[in-house]
Design a protein around this ligand. Structure first.
Ligand code: ASP
Length: 304
């Protein structure tokens, strides 16, 4: 049986994340890169603690992504980017290797959308819930709704004002992949999507096969990058299919990113845990903070 392992990412982009006006980011670029890696490490530790305690891969990726959603430095949960109307609309996906999936799209009012997605998965009836229906579902599940303003950080507000209505990818979406002691795998992805997006826009992140994918026979993948491009090629599914054809994990990631770039010109990043417990990460963007904990070893980084 493979050792439990987890890898998390904090989004593929320019790092420091684009769109930050100086006033919203008084710290230096180096400091912000360090903080992003540190945020990923904290999330990986939280997820690994769940695995060590005998938790499932699903529990671990949910716990890790919740830490990143609560961290205002990332575009997820509190501090996510704003729509062109100045509102917050989250997308989130959680999947496991038994092909169970739960996702929410264009959902406002919940600090941890990954947990709403987890409830969708647990109910096992639907896979993707959006907007008002997703909100009603979350309330029926007993999850706490917060006013939209409580999800908007000062930095997100400053970014929104500096963008003057332009559409931008901030590059700090989050995700996690894990394998547990029973050899099961899971992946999770969470984001506020694009800064200045139209309300109702749903990106790749909550779509199985695009923003994330898991199959116990292959591996678990979480993706980040230009959502419309990732959706069109099915990026996470492409990575998994490369594993099926025998690629080593890092090669599968690199192949899928090269195929994405060739067909769409987009930049993106992926993380992966395969069915044997091997991890990999890759990006063709300028940077992607990540952190991983495998059998007794912790690693992290930000450069491609
Ligand atoms: N994939 C996300 C989206 O398009 C954004 C990102 O990963 O930066 O919604």
């Amino acid at each position: 049986m493979p050792e439990p392992a987890i890898i998390v990412h904090g989004g593929a982009g320019s790092w420091p994340a684009s769109g930050d006006p100086e006033s919203a980011a008084p710290t230096s670029a180096d400091e912000r890169r360090r903080e992003a890696v540190q945020g990923c490490r904290r999330a990986a530790e939280a997820g690994h603690a769940v695995l060590r305690a005998g938790g499932t891969a699903l529990d671990a990726v949910e716990a890790a992504v919740r830490v990143l959603e609560d961290d205002e430095r990332f575009n997820a949960g509190y501090g996510a980017v704003l729509t062109r109307d100045g509102t917050v609309e989250h997308d989130a996906l959680i999947v496991d290797g038994a092909l169970r999936a739960g996702a929410v799209g264009a959902l406002g009012g919940f600090a941890n959308p990954i947990t709403v997605a987890r409830r969708v998965l647990e109910r096992g009836v639907h896979v993707l819930m959006v907007g008002e229906g997703a909100r009603r579902f979350a309330l029926e599940e007993g999850l706490t709704e917060v006013p939209s303003a409580a999800l908007i950080s000062p930095r997100a507000r400053a970014r929104f004002e500096a963008a003057h209505g332009a559409l931008a990818r901030s590059g700090d979406t989050v995700g996690a992949c894990a394998i547990d002691a029973a050899g099961h795998i899971a992946a999770a992805t969470s984001t506020g999507g694009l800064l200045g997006k139209r309300p109702g826009r749903v990106g790749d992140s909550p779509i199985p096969g695009a923003g994330g994918f898991a199959d116990d026979r292959l591996g678990a993948v979480s993706a980040t990058g230009h959502g419309e491009s990732i959706l069109r090629v099915g990026l996470s599914r492409t990575v998994a299919e490369r594993l099926r054809s025998g690629d080593a994990p890092a090669m599968a990631c690199r192949f899928a990113l090269a195929a994405l770039a060739e067909r769409t010109g987009a930049t993106a990043g992926v993380i992966l845990v395969d069915a044997a417990g091997r991890i990999a990460h890759a990006t063709n963007a300028l940077a992607m903070p990540w952190a991983a904990i495998t059998a007794g070893e912790a690693n992290e980084g930000i450069d491609p």
